[in-house]
Ligand binder design. Structure first.
Ligand SMILES: [Zn+2]
Length: 265
């Protein structure tokens, strides 16, 4: 079989985790579908998503350890200068960071020139073009791999050519739009198993589904109370997809090229 993403007959020695192990996934895997070289490439996208986006924030708050049993942390500091095609720096973004502790609490680090009272329980995080681009590629990869798990031919079909390329090589023209809605509360994510002599805490960091509405195939990935969606077979679906998750409000997140260009000048 040729690789799902690069279409080459490369080495297939390592197992592909559809959702990162660092989010707690150890059974949702693909074998001999994604080559070692593509996996290595995706690990850069995953590192960014887990260290710089709300997905990494939830992982830290929920204390999901890495595969090497390390406690998670997240640093929302932005670079001071913009590099590359997709800007990542933004003056309004708070350079706050969070670190999960052994006692199940979370430490919050606030920059020197600010005080905790400035935050009033809120901080500002900007979804820059870079963040959207990396999140889109991360979601696209997961979506195509979930389809591949059930139908390897379908995942390789022309329907998903664009998103496979986008996930693997990044955008050449535009950022793939993503969608978001919020649902539930942090308490919903923690359940207790009281069977036997001890009470065990079980944390459900993520859930996912592949949804179909008319001709659109949509991945929903929930991490914490954030629900991220991406249309896998059409970059610009009609607003009809808003009916999928009613009564929740599906918000489009996107930067179009002209806006991005003006910001980088
Ligand atoms: Zn490959």
């Amino acid at each position: 079989m040729l690789c799902l993403f690069c279409n080459l007959s490369n080495q297939f020695n390592t197992i592909e985790h559809i959702i990162p192990e660092s989010l707690g996934n150890n059974d949702l895997i693909l074998r001999k579908e994604v080559c070692d070289s593509c996996q290595k490439h995706f690990s850069h996208v995953e590192n960014y998503v887990l260290s710089k986006t709300p997905i990494g924030f939830w992982r830290t708050i929920l204390g999901i350890k890495s595969k090497h049993h390390k406690l998670p942390k997240i640093d929302f500091a932005k670079p001071t200068k913009n590099k590359g095609r997709f800007p990542d720096s933004h003056a309004a973004n708070d350079n706050i960071s969070f670190e999960s502790q052994e006692d199940f609490s979370t430490a919050i680090f606030i920059p020197d020139d600010k005080t905790i009272s400035d935050y009033k329980g809120r901080f500002k995080y900007v979804l820059t073009p870079r963040v959207l681009n990396e999140l889109g590629r991360f979601l696209g990869k997961i979506g195509v791999e979930l389809i591949c798990l059930h139908d390897a031919q379908m995942a390789r079909s022309g329907l998903f050519d664009e998103i496979r390329k986008y996930a693997r090589y990044g955008s050449l023209k535009e950022i793939w739009p993503i969608f978001h809605f919020s649902r539930g509360s942090i308490e919903d994510l923690i359940s207790y198993d009281a069977s036997g002599n001890e009470v065990k805490e079980k944390v459900n960091c993520y859930s996912y589904s592949i949804n179909q509405i008319s001709s659109y195939t949509i991945l929903r990935l929930t991490v914490g109370t954030d629900n991220w969606c991406i249309c896998l077979n059409d970059m610009f679906p009609t607003p009809e997809i808003r009916n999928l998750f009613l009564p929740h409000n599906l918000n489009l997140i996107w930067y179009f090229e002209r806006r991005m260009a003006s910001r980088t000048r």
